[in-house]
Design a protein around this ligand. Structure first.
Ligand code: PLP
Length: 452
């Protein structure tokens, strides 16, 4: 039998670090990455024969679990007819229509489909610059928008500074166009607009951040952010690549509109990915018609893609959105309640203070005593919780590798980083949830036992 360790050796010989996306290398938890043989519903089986409950779910796309039969059928039927015709196909229109329909009231009139979230945000920024005739972009520290140059910017010292490159190979001249400010800090955004008056094209934000662990926007944060942008002639880009159609039928934007404390705002450009491809490479951006008209072939902002709107990929997205009913969201929300309750019980039993970082069905846990660590927020249970990247990074992240490996040993596939959300799906049934609950006690023991 070729084991995961064998495959990793072979992979390292032909692929940098043995992986095609860095977090898969288990760098922050140690050990050998598992290689998947097959995945079905809530379960994933590695080439070593271990079957585990999966809490990665493709990093978000698999709202319905792995290989939902109707999604697979849609892919197979389409692939048998065509794979890459090179011209337009009906499926592209149907997927765009489904997205526009779900986002009624958001301002999204039109959608352009691309293949990855990175392309979606990169295009959104080019579009914002083209539409406003301005160059600067504001982003929040800890928000991830893919790996295009200008968005791989790390905060410089102090608030509202022009950023330094967050990766080798990115010229300072490019990140100098990006201003990085702390999340949940509207004063820092106002300061950036005051300092760079008339020069900021857009602020880009995750609808609700989930790439520094989950860090919910403070109530009214997105609404006030939109107002600040509009008062200053800039656009708000709401990145829903991860939250879109996962946290609710109309994404996190839609969830906020249901809440009087948060609702009543529109972004100017929204980006999507993950769920709209149902596990296949589809992403997109949407906006009002007059903004979208700046894109080629109508306008002067160029964007294109050989695989954009690929019929096999959009078939998976259409089927996923069709099946993503209110009931699906309610099921995953309830499953999230249950797993969060079970984890809190076990962390309390072993005396580990932990904050629940959560928006609806997206959640993660931050380890540590927030009072001592200076966290300035509260979780839904009144526990001190982090509100931005700086606070998140203060946590006892060194406890996570032991927790992660104990869960893995007990049959649960967690994200291999404390700074990632746990992804449930509608396929996580009683058996799967019970298996997670059964794994938690030993993992909590392991997290408590580890010393720095
Ligand atoms: N935006 C957000 C909020 C994301 O979470 C991600 C990926 O995790 C991206 C953009 C980039 O998407 P992709 O990995 O498809 O390029």
């Amino acid at each position: 039998m070729t084991t995961s360790a064998d495959w990793f050796d072979r992979a390292r010989a032909v692929t940098p670090g043995g992986v095609n996306s860095p977090v898969r290398a288990f760098g922050s938890v140690g050990g050998t990455p598992t290689f998947t043989a097959e995945a079905d519903g809530a379960w994933i089986t590695d080439v070593d024969g271990n079957r585990r409950v999966d809490l990665i779910c493709g990093w978000g796309p698999l709202l319905l679990g792995h290989s939902h039969p109707e999604v697979v059928a849609a892919v197979q039927d389409t692939a048998a007819k065509m794979m890459c015709p090179g011209g337009s196909t009906p499926g592209e229109v149907e997927l765009a229509e489904a997205i526009v329909k779900r986002l009624e009231g958001s301002g999204v009139d039109e959608v352009r489909l691309v293949s990855t979230g990175t392309e979606a945000t990169m295009t959104a920024i080019r579009l914002a610059r083209g539409a406003t005739g301005r160059d600067l972009i504001v982003k929040f520290a800890g928000c991830y928008h893919g790996h295009s140059d200008g968005l791989l910017a790390a905060a410089g010292s102090g608030l509202a500074t022009l950023a330094l490159p967050g990766s080798a190979g990115v010229p300072e001249a490019i990140t100098a166009q990006t201003i990085v400010v702390p999340y949940n800090d509207l004063d820092a955004v106002r300061a950036a607009f005051a300092e760079h008056e008339g020069r900021i094209a857009a602020v880009i934000t995750e609808a609700s951040p989930a790439n520094m662990g989950v860090v919910p926007p403070a109530p009214g944060f997105n609404r006030d952010l939109a107002a600040i942008c509009h008062d200053n002639g800039a656009l708000l880009i709401c990145d829903e690549v991860l939250t879109g159609f996962r946290t609710g039928p109309a994404g996190w934007w839609g969830r906020e509109q249901e809440d009087p404390e948060r609702g009543g705002w529109q972004a100017d450009i929204y980006t999507f990915g993950k769920v709209i491809g149902g596990g296949m490479p589809v992403a997109g951006l949407g906006a009002r018609r007059e903004i979208m008209d700046h894109l080629a072939p109508l306008g002067a902002v160029y964007q294109a893609g050989t695989l954009s709107g690929n019929p096999v990929a959009v078939a998976a997205g259409i089927a996923t959105l069709r099946l993503a009913t209110d009931e699906v969201y309610a099921t995953i929300d309830a499953a999230s309640d249950r797993i969060i309750a079970a984890a809190r019980r076990e962390f309390a039993r072993v005396g580990l203070p932990v904050a629940v970082q959560r928006v609806r069905n997206l959640f993660s846990f931050a380890f540590g005593d927030g009072e001592a660590l200076g966290w300035t927020g509260r979780d839904e249970f009144g526990v001190s919780a982090p509100t931005n990247e700086d606070e998140v990074k203060r946590q006892e992240s060194w406890r996570y590798p032991a927790f992660f490996h104990a869960m893995l040993d007990a049959g649960v596939n967690l994200p291999p980083s404390v700074f990632e959300a746990w992804f449930l799906s509608s396929a996580h049934d009683e058996d799967a949830l019970a298996a997670i609950e059964a794994a938690l006690p030993a993992a909590a023991d392991a997290a408590a036992a580890v010393t720095r």
